[in-house]
Design a protein around this ligand. Structure first.
Ligand code: IVH
Length: 672
């Protein structure tokens, strides 16, 4: 029996470690299949020990359901939707009906903002977050637990003690307008794709399998509903329950009106409508809810919507204008994007004259003809969007907008994916816009950063001097640079000096600089870590590529195609051999061998250690300049994770603290 317990403990540790790599670092080192295998093995072993409960086992704690085959979770109570109204008359109707239902002259309403985000359901058991899912069909929703895990405004462990054993917390996940703009830009540069609204971006991020930390930190949560299963029977107010929930660690809206007057509610609607454009996040109306929970029960539902609440939506700020032309733009990786140009309109104070039509699917849906009267809005109050067109009889003389068969720039026949939603120009080495964008990317901030080599200069060299690949730029001379527009002596010298000085780059940046479709910064990082050297990368077998986190069939094919193209290999070899660029790989950036990672760090230990007693490790850490603490706090820099960690581990994860395993500690010690 002891043997089997030992096996179980080992496996629990192993899986906890892999959970950490997956959930905290987004850098798993084993495949989902291998993970499933380990988890099933553990379940199997645990089921053999009948008289022992493994409370802290990864088969029971948060996150363990993530790899279950089924991606859907049943809500404990149905998630309803709201009936929408758009005018004052309908609101007054609703108001009067509520008074009739209540049999009273006066009842309290709770008025809130209608957040334009993604509805989620969070299930807490004994104060711990167990599962998170989207609304789905109202009965069950998509399992998003793994991505919810690190949204700061969602507590993993509730504050206080007086909360129901089981409860559902409902609300909206969203991102700020400013973050939408910057993340969309970043997403475009990494994946060549755009989201049309903050809501879509938040929803996309929540469903992403691998969520880049720099993206997920922008997701926010606000609570606007709950199911406490009669726990606070004595508090018959939605609003006062919300305040309780706030104390447990959730965010609730700052703009809530509790009142019974019809006119005050109408004023609230007007006030919020005027504030809408200066709010930091998207809203599309206000929600008016009966406050008494008992009265809500009495009033009941109509099909999937409660009768006791209503969404009073803002009218869409749309403008009608004339479509002038549609241009087909070529992106860095050859993706063609239609862009509609129209007679300028002003929406929310901003002049707009063009809008992306994203892809062929959207273009077909809009069924555009040049000269059509089209309706423009700003999706999520920010991004210009062609919503639809005036449906009048189309004149025969009008020209229908269709996706071209050839690249608008180099006339190469376009390729498409199976559904023909996206088209690509595969003439990468001869298609000027692709060359321009690729070279701008190659010499950008996070790749081969060359001081002074601006997009303006790059474009001139490509157009005037027939520069076609990075090698041409490494051969630049003073005379060529001086012949360009707006390039003075100082800029020319800066560029030449910077090119001459550039002699080494990390493998991760080098891979990213190649601009391979689908290989953004995080995939480059994973590739670099798996390969360890440029030589290994150039010879990597397909089966190894598919084991790398973040790489599926299509990215794998892109990489293989790239690496089997002699033009690409020639450029890589010239960079290394002729221009002596060193591509280096540093295994572990965080280990400072000279002083060790423990020097002057506040360290917390959680769980039992295999190799040291607490006193031994404390002494050892202190002798290396570390400060060992007993409690988790904001000031902790590093957490050492042992077997069967306790709540400190969850707090540490919640506070995004750096966590290392005992094995890592041993490794560091052995190097000193
Ligand atoms: S209450 C039964 N309150 O609107 C009541 N919903 O059309 C259900 N929403 O899926 C929700 N802001 O995600 C409520 N202050 C708010 C809301 C809100 C946005 C969303 C919610 C729901 C959708 C219903």
């Amino acid at each position: 029996m002891n043997k089997i317990i030992k096996k179980i403990k080992n496996l629990q540790n192993k899986i906890t470690y892999h959970n950490y790599l997956y959930f905290c670092l987004d850098k798993p080192i084993i495949s989902d299949i291998k993970y499933d295998y380990l988890l099933n093995k553990l379940k199997d072993l645990e089921s053999k020990v009948i008289n022992k409960k493994f409370i802290n086992s990864p088969t029971r704690v948060i996150g363990s359901s993530i790899f279950k085959k089924s991606k859907f979770i049943n809500h404990l109570t149905p998630m309803l939707s709201l009936e929408n109204i758009f005018d004052k008359k309908k609101f007054i109707n609703f108001y009067k009906k509520m008074l009739i239902f209540s049999n009273k002259k006066n009842i309290q309403f709770c008025c809130e903002l209608k957040f334009d985000g993604v509805a989620v359901n969070l299930i807490y058991i004994n104060g711990l977050l167990k599962q998170a899912s989207t609304r789905g069909n109202g009965e069950k929703g998509e399992d998003i637990t793994k991505n919810i895990f690190f949204i700061k405004s969602i507590p993993l462990v509730l504050n206080g003690v007086n909360f129901p054993k089981i409860m559902e917390i409902r609300g909206e996940i969203f991102i700020l307008k400013k973050d939408f703009i910057s993340l969309n830009k970043k997403n475009y540069s990494m994946n060549n794709s755009n989201f049309s609204s903050a809501r879509n971006l938040a929803s996309g991020l929540l469903r992403r399998k691998i969520l880049d930390h720099s993206f997920k930190k922008h997701l926010l949560f606000i609570c606007h509903g709950f199911e406490l299963f009669n726990y606070f029977k004595n508090i018959d107010s939605y609003y006062f329950n919300l305040l309780k929930i706030k104390n447990w660690g959730f965010h609730i809206s700052e703009k809530i009106l509790l009142c019974s007057s019809k006119n005050k509610i109408l004023n609230f609607f007007k006030k919020i409508k005027n504030l809408r454009s200066i709010l930091k996040f998207d809203i599309d109306g206000v929600v008016i809810k009966v406050d008494s929970l008992k009265l809500r029960q009495k009033i009941g539902l109509i099909s999937r919507s409660p009768r006791w609440a209503i969404a009073y939506k803002f009218p869409n700020d749309m403008q009608k204008t004339k479509l002038l032309k549609v241009k087909f733009q070529v992106g860095r990786t050859g993706v063609i994007t239609p862009v509609g140009y129209f007679k300028p309109v002003i929406i929310s104070g901003v002049k707009i004259k063009k809008a992306s039509i994203y892809n062929n699917k959207e273009l077909k849906k809009l069924n555009l003809y040049i000269g059509d009267k089209i309706f423009i809005c700003r999706a999520g109050d920010v991004i210009p969007k062609i919503v639809n067109k005036e449906t009048v009889f189309t004149q025969v003389s009008k020209k229908k907008v269709i996706f071209p068969k050839k690249c608008p720039s180099c006339l190469f026949i376009l390729k498409s994916c199976i559904k023909k939603n996206n088209f690509y120009c595969t003439n990468s080495f001869f298609c000027i816009p692709q060359i321009q964008k690729r070279i701008i990317h190659f010499f950008s901030k996070n790749t081969f950063k060359i001081k002074g080599l601006s997009p303006h200069i790059i474009n001139q060299l490509i157009k005037k001097n027939n520069f076609r690949n990075p090698i041409d730029f490494f051969k630049l001379n003073f005379n060529i640079l001086q012949s360009l527009k707006n390039v003075g002596q100082k800029t020319a010298n800066n560029i030449l000096h910077s090119l001459k000085k550039f002699n080494c780059i990390s493998l991760e940046k080098f891979i990213f600089s190649l601009g391979i479709k689908g290989i953004g910064r995080s995939v480059s990082y994973n590739l670099a870590n798996s390969c360890g050297s440029l030589k290994n990368l150039l010879n990597i077998p397909k089966k190894n590529i598919l084991n790398i986190p973040g790489i599926g069939e299509s990215i794998c094919t892109n990489l293989i195609n790239f690496l089997s193209n002699p033009n690409n290999l020639n450029i890589i070899h010239q960079l290394i051999n002729k221009f002596h660029i060193k591509v280096f790989f540093k295994k572990n950036k965080s280990v400072i061998i000279k002083k060790s990672i423990f020097y002057q760090k506040n360290i917390l230990i959680t769980g039992q250690l295999k190799n040291f007693s607490r006193i031994e490790i404390t002494q050892k850490l202190e002798s290396l300049g570390g400060i060992v603490k007993n409690y988790i706090s904001k000031n902790i820099d590093l957490v050492i994770l042992g077997k069967n960690p306790g709540k400190k581990f969850i707090y540490a994860v919640n506070l995004k603290k750096k966590i290392i395993t005992e094995d890592k500690v041993l490794k560091v010690f052995s190097k000193i």
